[in-house]
Design a protein around this ligand. Structure first.
Ligand code: GUN
Length: 301
């Protein structure tokens, strides 16, 4: 790993890549979150609370929401479930968020995306109290991250940084490339990597030579949402590969955005799918929920 700008690019470790075990690291993060949730309960006489809102029954969203609620309970966070019919209109959703903003038992509010047609997602997300925005998607939290003073940080990008740090990667000075520029992952990922001192490139549909950009990357984050979008041969030998994609193939298998088998023969580190950033995203959500609870309690005096 290059630590300063004068050092050469990383040399590949021998053999195949070190698999970055998101499940194991997420379990450690959750243990620490559980201890802090207990401390919060002992100090404030109630458990931290997380409201998870789902509109409709998109199958992928239902899996994510179920996992988030289950994990909340496992770490001692009170879970408030709000499952609304697919036909729920924007006004009703805004009304629910308003009530959750006022509810003192609720420290974190997560509205699962995507929302249905006819609902202005930005309007709904912007209505969440930034102090309860455990997704870190509110413009206030995005702005604070952009200004090097992060508060509540988007869970998947925060999970990438945490996983890298657990494996001792020195991100400062690294040439990092993010493929995908969504508000949920790509953009905040670029801000997180910049905050960590990496030299960051963001690729998107307008990128002229994606292969050349990927080949240069000492650290690659793939957040595209297309199975096998990045061929293994594009991976720089020794690179750290973080695959955010969770795609279901026709045969029902879960795969990432990177062609894993061939990439693992070239990379120095690589996240598996499943078992990489999925569990890390949930762990960082729970961590944000407990952070939000402590911050809100401190602000209330
Ligand atoms: N849909 C896909 N990923 C996410 C996420 O991290 N948060 C929310 N709220 N919705 C999502």
């Amino acid at each position: 790993m290059s630590i300063t700008s004068s050092e050469p690019a990383p040399t590949p470790p021998s053999g195949t890549a070190v698999v970055l075990d998101g499940r194991a690291v997420a379990a450690r993060v959750q243990q620490a979150v559980a201890a802090r949730a207990n401390e919060f309960a002992a100090r404030h006489g109630r458990r931290p609370g997380l409201a998870v809102v789902q509109v409709g029954q998109d199958p992928a969203s239902s899996v994510y929401v179920r996992n988030k609620r289950k994990a909340s309970l496992e770490v001692g966070i009170e879970s408030f479930a709000h499952d609304l019919p697919a036909a729920t209109g924007e006004a009703q959703l805004l009304d629910l968020v308003k009530r959750l903003n006022r509810d003192e038992r609720v420290d974190g509010i997560l509205v699962q995306l995507p929302l249905g047609k006819g609902v202005d997602t930005n309007r709904v997300m912007d209505s969440i109290d930034p102090a309860k925005d455990v997704d870190g998607f509110h413009p206030v939290n995005t702005g604070l991250l952009a200004q090097k003073r992060p508060r509540l940080r988007p869970c998947t990008p925060f999970g990438v940084i945490r996983l890298a740090s657990e494996y001792g990667m020195a991100l400062r000075g690294m040439r990092a490339t993010v493929v995908g520029a969504s508000n949920i992952v790509g953009r905040p990922m670029a801000l997180e990597l910049l905050l960590a001192g990496a030299t960051v490139t963001v690729c998107h549909t307008g990128t002229r030579d994606l292969r050349a950009e990927v080949e240069r990357a000492e650290l690659l984050v793939a957040a595209v949402g297309k199975a096998g979008f990045i061929p293994g041969e594009w991976i720089r030998p020794g690179a750290a590969v973080f695959d955010v994609g969770i795609n279901r193939t026709a045969s029902g298998k879960l795969v990432g955005d990177v062609d894993y088998d061939r990439a693992a023969q070239r990379a120095g580190w690589i996240t598996p799918v499943p078992g990489g950033l999925g569990p890390m995203t949930i762990a960082m959500l729970l961590s944000n929920a407990v952070d939000a609870a402590f911050h809100r309690a401190a602000a209330a005096g």
